[in-house]
Design a protein around this ligand. Structure first.
Ligand code: ADP
Ligand code: F6P
Length: 332
């Protein structure tokens, strides 16, 4: 029996990520186990303002745990930043008898959840983004699938790069954070990993490294570039001009956001979805679910949004060791 809210809404907001469906499933099924009613709100905050709602039952979330994307659709809703709109949205929820809301998305979506909490709706956020750029949590739903997708794509690129003895610049997603670049770069054995956090625009150091590695006998070169730096075509032209090695740029783009979620994403999404509803059942509000030191916990949204997270320092550190020309120094 629920001690907190009686009827909850669930929505997905911002960029989609693989595992969002598994999270929706966990929210719906956990809520039902507490005798709460559940309503799926379509198209994020935009759909909320349009009253796009549908009652969800256990069967509504059957056969979705393995699907990428989000069955509730997602959208961006710029007008949700306006205070007047928060009051209207909270009233729409109240008119539908909804007193709790689970928001699956990123930092922007949590801001919206916080504004609704100020207007009397119990809200809990679940971190869903491929970018891993939510500071309060060590894991965000979709990251594992995205890095595996990018890694597999780079493995394929390496084949053709090797056949043509080329240099390949691969641009991966992450507009504000380089986690995807760092992980896929390490997993793909990239020679250079360019992230906004670390790379200061010294393209000549990239050129020098490619030339060193070519002199040591390498026949292909993989450079992973984070979207936050961008300019991959321009970089390819520069490297080709300076090294004489044919260089191509490939932007992986939205394929990184699609596909069946990995086991890790499904399990984390299931745990985070369940945790969100447990919090609402305990009468908590304005919280965001997080994974920290092996536990599923929660933070106040304002506290969570004030946190800062950089790239993993040790991973960043080993990158240089694993790819430096000095690591091959005894081979010539
Ligand atoms: P993410 O949630 O992945 O960070 P966005 O930053 O695009 O993605 O935010 C998703 C949606 O959350 C926005 O379209 C808007 O509806 C809402 N949102 C973003 N920032 C705010 C804010 N400061 N106040 C209220 N709502 C916001
Ligand atoms: O999901 C996060 C993210 O993939 C960022 O890395 C990227 O900058 C952004 O979404 C792009 O989203 P869209 O193309 O949907 O605006």
């Amino acid at each position: 029996m629920s001690n907190g809210v009686k009827k909850i809404g669930v929505l997905t907001s911002g960029g989609d990520s693989p595992g969002m469906n598994a999270a929706i499933r966990a929210v719906v099924r956990t809520a039902i186990s507490y005798d709460m009613e559940v309503v799926g709100i379509k198209r994020g905050y935009a759909g909320l303002l349009n009253n796009e709602m549908e009652v969800m039952h256990s069967i509504s979330v059957s056969d979705i745990i393995h699907l990428g994307g989000t069955i509730l659709y997602t959208a961006r809703c710029p007008e949700f930043k306006e205070p007047e709109v928060h009051k209207r949205a909270a009233q729409i929820l109240k008119d539908n008898g909804i007193d709790g809301l689970v928001v699956i998305g990123g930092d922007g979506s949590f801001q919206g959840a916080s504004r609704l909490a100020e207007n009397g709706i119990n809200t809990v956020g679940i971190p869903g983004t491929i970018d891993l750029d939510i500071s309060c949590t060590e894991y965000t739903i979709g990251f594992d699938t995205a890095v595996n997708t990018a890694m597999e794509a780079i493995d394929k690129l390496r084949d053709t790069s090797e056949s043509h003895e080329r240099c390949s610049i691969v641009e991966v997603m992450g507009r504000t954070a380089g986690h995807i670049a760092l992980w896929t770069g390490i997993a793909s054995g990239a020679e250079y990993i360019l992230t906004k956090e670390v790379f200061k625009g010294d393209f000549d150091s990239v050129v020098a490294k490619v030339l060193q590695r070519r002199a040591l006998g390498k026949k292909n070169h993989i450079i992973v570039n984070a979207e936050g730096i961008g300019r991959s075509d321009e970089m390819a032209k520069y490297i080709q001009e300076k090294t004489g090695i044919e260089t191509r740029a490939t932007v992986l783009g939205h394929i990184q956001r699609g596909g069946n979620p990995t086991c890790k994403d499904r399990v984390f999404a299931s745990a985070m979805g369940a945790k969100a509803v447990e919090l609402l059942n305990e009468g908590m509000s304005n919280r965001v679910v997080a994974y920290k030191d092996g536990e599923f916990i929660s933070y106040d949204i304002a506290e969570a949004l004030a946190m800062q997270k950089g790239l993993d320092e040790y991973l960043e550190h080993i990158t240089h060791r694993l790819t430096s020309a000095s690591a091959m120094k005894h081979e010539k």
